[in-house]
Design a protein around this ligand. Structure first.
Ligand SMILES: Cc1cc2nc3c(=O)[nH]c(=O)nc-3n(C[C@H](O)[C@H](O)[C@H](O)COP(=O)(O)OP(=O)(O)OC[C@H]3O[C@@H](n4cnc5c(N)ncnc54)[C@H](O)[C@@H]3O)c2cc1C
Ligand SMILES: *[C@@H]1O[C@H](CO)[C@@H](O)[C@H](O)[C@H]1NC(C)=O
Ligand SMILES: *[C@@H]1O[C@H](CO)[C@@H](O)[C@H](O)[C@H]1NC(C)=O
Ligand SMILES: *[C@@H]1O[C@H](CO)[C@@H](O)[C@H](O)[C@H]1NC(C)=O
Ligand SMILES: *[C@@H]1O[C@H](CO)[C@@H](O)[C@H](O)[C@H]1NC(C)=O
Ligand SMILES: *[C@@H]1O[C@H](CO)[C@@H](O)[C@H](O)[C@H]1NC(C)=O
Ligand SMILES: *[C@@H]1O[C@H](CO)[C@@H](O)[C@H](O)[C@H]1NC(C)=O
Ligand SMILES: *[C@@H]1O[C@H](CO)[C@@H](O)[C@H](O)[C@H]1NC(C)=O
Length: 519
């Protein structure tokens, strides 16, 4: 051991032995924004708009954007890599200027993001025997059972009835998928959007989520294929208030501990730095909060933990393959290819071509999407094992192709293992009440929580992240300006079903028996 490293290891030991961290002087700021994704950057812009410039953004990664993340993949004929999106890819529900417009669409236009209408009717269907036209099942589902489920959800909401699973609602509407083809269609309609199967989704809140995005805005989804990356809109927003090398943006900085009192929040980072703020906004994903990787002192109240534990974080995995452009064997005029595996629901069900006019023509790129349990399984496998499975599926779909060539590039992200996200986006499981969700959203003292998951209607979507970042920042701005908050009406803690009861008192069981409730 060199003298230098001996000294530094002694220094480490010394800090461990003498926990001076709490005595250490933390840098002071008005608002600490924890995370530089869509929510964090929107919050910072909203604070700036409210003339609050004294804030610090702490971000784990080397760049802003969060789950709007891209990477280089494969190469074009000149040898330059393509940019593909690992996370968010669509602006979902565009709306129109004048009518309600999705703010992400407003920003996509403002920052000139290259994008193309994603035509869900541009689809070819396959099963174990190759091409097989069962696309009429899609129309049957949408016009029949789905509209009945939608209508039923409206009744549940207006009559204040008990929620039920999307599966139960489907059965009641006469939709009981048995064949691989029916299951593939259902997967395309439900799982592919919500990242969970109908058994686990709430009927009511799933329909609310769909209606508020696709009926309030519009049914159009546009896929962003901008070679700067989708996060160009987040960088564009940031450029309106951050100057070059702005010291208010702390990249590569990992928050490990958060302690809070009635009037301040202290944020401790992995590098020993700390920030003492009057207010803080946690924009960590639900997955990060669920993984207990950040220690709260005092521990978060039970009602908050219940909200965190009950909401769900899904995983959506895109598996990218690039073939030699001359070898492309699928129909380049089609955007989607649906595969009904004979034995496994959700097995490489949706394939999406980028080598199609309006996307990345001539690229030879296609990608498959897997979700949930299939994502967990595939994340544990090596790239080679997954490539083998994917190629075998393509062979089944295209038996007429002499030999499916080897891809020249192959890649997929492992979202459930990504330590700054732990999953892709949130979903509303059956059994979660509006109250539990409000408590996921509610502030704890001056520590606020915002992110896609905290929006009761647009959860999962970029617009949810945007609206929540704006709402938290505006609530804090009103506190700052009024020299004290006026009730924080947007962030109530609800105590209907989450009243704290001590069920483990010294006398043992003190809860009521179910029979006494029924009596
Ligand atoms: C595969 C996938 C596909 C998706 N598809 C779409 C889509 O097509 N359309 C759509 O609208 N939405 C889509 N989404 C959802 C969308 O990406 C999210 O809703 C949105 O990006 C969430 O923004 P956020 O700011 O709330 O969270 P994030 O973007 O996760 O931001 C939180 C930030 O906190 C940082 N952070 C985490 N832990 C720490 C720590 N300990 N210390 C410091 N910083 C930390 C993270 O690095 C991150 O930058 C998709 C997401 C994924 C993953
Ligand atoms: C901040 O103000 C600008 C200019 O009025 C506006 O375009 C932008 O949408 C505002 N941002 C937020 C997050 O409210
Ligand atoms: C977007 O494109 C328009 C027209 O080409 C141009 O006028 C504008 O400056 C561009 N804006 C940005 C932010 O690049
Ligand atoms: C599949 O069948 C439907 C009718 O059931 C038809 O409208 C459609 O054109 C067919 N698709 C193809 C690609 O042949
Ligand atoms: C969703 O929209 C449909 C169609 O407009 C409507 O019938 C239904 O009541 C709505 N449901 C909810 C929960 O908003
Ligand atoms: C910003 O930081 C980079 C790297 O530290 C440095 O090279 C550059 O000169 C700085 N730019 C400004 C405007 O300060
Ligand atoms: C952070 O939390 C860990 C785990 O609970 C604890 O051991 C450590 O002392 C805390 N550090 C600070 C700075 O509070
Ligand atoms: C949330 O903030 C409001 C406004 O400051 C405050 O009145 C309320 O007590 C806070 N909620 C909790 C649970 O700390």
């Amino acid at each position: 051991m060199s003298l230098c490293s001996l000294i530094s290891s002694l220094a480490v030991t010394a800090t461990l032995l003498y926990p001076v961290v709490h005595a250490q002087k933390c840098e002071k700021t008005k608002v600490a924004i924890l995370g530089g994704g869509t929510t964090g950057i929107t919050a910072a812009q909203a604070l700036t708009n409210a003339s609050i410039h004294d804030f610090i953004i702490v971000e784990y990664n080397a760049d802003i954007g969060g789950r709007v993340a891209h990477t280089d993949f494969g190469k074009d004929i000149d040898g330059n890599p393509y940019t593909v999106e690992l996370g968010a890819n669509w602006v979902q529900g565009l709306g129109s200027a004048g009518g309600p417009e999705n703010p992400i669409w407003t920003l996509a236009k403002k920052y000139n993001l290259t994008n193309t209408y994603s035509d869900y009717s541009s689809i070819l269907t396959y099963n174990k025997d190759g091409y097989s036209n069962y696309s009429d099942l899609i129309d049957d589902y949408e016009n029949g059972p789905y509209s009945e489920i939608e209508y039923g959800a409206g009744i549940i909401l207006t009559e204040n009835l008990l929620d039920q699973s999307f599966r139960a609602a489907s059965s009641l509407a006469g939709w009981k998928p048995q064949t691989p083809e029916e299951q593939a269609v259902e997967w395309w309609e439900i799982d592919w959007e919500y990242s969970y199967p109908p058994e686990e989704c709430s009927e009511t809140y799933t329909v609310v989520n769909y209606n508020t995005t696709f009926y309030q805005f519009s049914e159009a989804n546009n896929l962003v294929i901008d070679q700067r990356g989708f996060n160009a809109f987040i960088k564009g927003m940031a450029s309106t208030f951050l100057h070059k090398n702005d010291s208010r943006l702390r990249l590569n900085t990992i928050v490990t501990n958060i302690s809070y009192t009635d009037d301040s929040v202290s944020v401790f980072n992995h590098d020993g730095s700390c920030i003492e703020a009057d207010y803080a906004i946690s924009t960590f994903s639900l997955g990060v909060l669920q993984h207990d990787v950040i220690t709260f002192d005092p521990p978060l109240p039970k009602w908050k933990k219940q909200g965190i534990a009950n909401f769900a974080m899904g995983t959506y995995t895109k598996i990218f393959l690039q073939f030699n452009p001359e070898d492309v064997f699928w129909d380049k005029n089609t955007q989607f290819f649906l595969y009904a595996d004979p034995t496994r629901r959700g097995y490489y069900t949706v394939w999406q071509s980028l080598d199609t006019e309006g996307f990345l023509p001539g690229s030879g790129i296609i990608f498959a999407t897997v979700l949930n349990t299939e994502s967990y399984r595939i994340e544990k496998m090596s790239d080679d094992e997954t490539k083998k499975e994917a190629l075998a599926v393509l062979k089944t779909m295209f038996p007429e192709v002499e030999k499916i060539p080897d891809p020249i590039a192959f890649m997929y992200p492992r979202w459930t293992e990504t330590p700054w996200s732990y999953g892709s986006y949130s979903n509303w499981p059956v059994g979660v009440t509006l109250e539990m969700h409000q408590n996921l959203r509610a502030n704890v003292s001056n520590l606020y929580f915002a992110g896609e998951a905290t929006h009761p209607e647009y959860y999962g979507f970029l617009q949810g992240a945007y609206f929540e970042g704006k709402a938290a920042a505006e609530a804090i701005a009103s506190c700052v300006k009024n020299n004290g908050c006026v009730g924080g009406p947007n962030y109530p803690v609800l105590h209907g079903t989450t009243e704290e009861k001590d069920l483990t008192s010294a006398n043992g069981w003190t809860g009521r028996s179910l029979f006494s409730i029924l009596a």
